[in-house]
Design a protein around this ligand. Sequence first.
Ligand code: NAG
Length: 233
Amino acid sequence: MASTAAIIGSTGLVGNFILLTTLSLDAFKTVYTISRRAPKPESPKLAATVEADTGKWSSNLSSIAPPPSVVFSALGTTRAAAGGIANQWKIDHEVNIELAEAARAAGVETFVFVSSGGTRGFGTGSLPYSKMKVGVEDSIKTLAFDQAIILRPGMILGHREVPHQGGPLLTGLVRSLSRFGQGWQDKFGQEAEVIGRAAVHAATLAAEGKAPSKYWILEQADIVRLGRDEWKA
Ligand SMILES: *[C@@H]1O[C@H](CO)[C@@H](O)[C@H](O)[C@H]1NC(C)=O
């Protein structure tokens, strides 16, 4: 089965691993990206659209012909990077919803969204953040794709180009949990690489008709299973 993928948020921590993983698999013959700056990996399979205005991304997605079989969105920013909560809302909520709507209208079969599960357990500042993610999840559900896949990772572990505020400290804390056994760390956070692989693995299973439901939610344990334990490179 050869399919095409489009990735939004490919320059982010998880998105970069989705990009690397799809580029490495023969199952994907063309991989499109839409981003503000050029993605780092290079490949003859990669078709990158660099567009600074996120408001145009849905139109850039619609113009991919034929439409990609699967769209991955790992698009998300931080309040600090976006320059305030309103701007963060615009990107995390509005742009993601616009992209999902454009994908559905174009006839994309599978939409994969990297949401968040860890926010429920982590502090008070995460409340608007959870709302943003939940709002996107609900919209994707309403759009009724042939196949929707929602990933709800915990804390995302990995090296960011621009570190989150307090991020390195929390990351260190969650990483150190692995000293008590990998299972402890798995409950709170997952490596970005594992999340990226889980997203691609789930999409591949869905293409083989092996998804458990049309609206498939991957919680942290599912992410660890698909992205690490059952991952065959
Ligand atoms: C993205 O779409 C907009 C609106 O259709 C268009 O003006 C722009 O040229 C596109 N960007 C790229 C890089 O193709």
